[in-house]
Write a protein that binds this ligand. Structure first.
Ligand SMILES: [Zn+2]
Length: 218
């Protein structure tokens, strides 16, 4: 994927890798903030595909944060398995693969409004996932308790739950420039529960704006 002046990852081509290699010693050399950033996307895999994996992250939060060997191997392997399962079922990003975009619609707006500097990608995704969960609850698709679980796990993994330096008007404008926007309709990936998501392009503007407003602050 290539970045463009109009936004991140706007130009892309499809090539599947021959193999995926992960070196835990490399990961252990990363600063804590980078580890938390990766955990943003790892939490996403639990929300979109695997409730047990989400529960595992809740129950093993300390081991996960400390990168204890067993927890680190499990969380990385499971994330890769889920991504591979989703991508191999849908190589050209037509349907199922869109679920990988969970949390990213709001995240891209946050990244853009903060100059791609204040928050790194996983931090913006973490905030965006709570935003998407909030929209899902406002539409009656999930319970408030599910939103609370998402927010609690994000916070537990030392990720931000709100974004500073954004306005609702700017964020709302930005979501229409996202590459996932089709015919002027924003395709939201929303929750039907922990471990299950679906795409919807009929979210009313006031609900999006309310969810965005709830994500702005310290
Ligand atoms: Zn991402």
């Amino acid at each position: 994927a290539v970045n463009h002046a109009l936004g991140k990852n706007l130009i892309g081509a499809f090539y599947q890798p021959k193999g995926v290699f992960m070196d835990l010693s490399m990961m252990e050399s990363l600063p804590k903030r980078e580890i938390a950033t990766g955990l943003g996307e790892i939490i996403k895999y639990g929300i979109i595909y695997d409730a047990d994996f989400f529960a595992y992250l809740e129950q093993h939060a300390d081991a996960v944060l400390a990168l204890e060997r067993e927890a680190a191997v499990h969380m990385i392997a499971r994330s890769c398995e889920i991504k591979a399962a989703v991508v191999s079922e849908d190589e050209k990003e037509s349907g199922l693969r869109r679920i990988l975009n969970f949390g990213h619609t709001m995240a891209h707006a946050i990244e853009k409004e903060t100059g791609y500097i204040r928050y790194n990608h996983g931090e913006a995704v973490a905030i965006g996932m709570i935003g998407a969960a909030d929209i899902s609850a406002r539409l009656g698709m999930i319970q408030e308790a599910d939103v609370a679980r998402v927010e609690a796990l994000v916070a537990r993994m030392q990720l931000p739950t709100k974004a500073e330096g954004c306005t609702v008007d700017a964020m709302y404008r930005d979501i229409f420039h996202d590459k996932k926007t089709i015919n002027g309709k924003v395709n939201w990936v929303l929750m039907q529960g922990i471990g299950k998501v679906t795409c919807r392009n009929d979210v009313p503007e006031d609900i999006v704006r309310e969810a965005m407003a709830a994500r702005i602050g310290k």
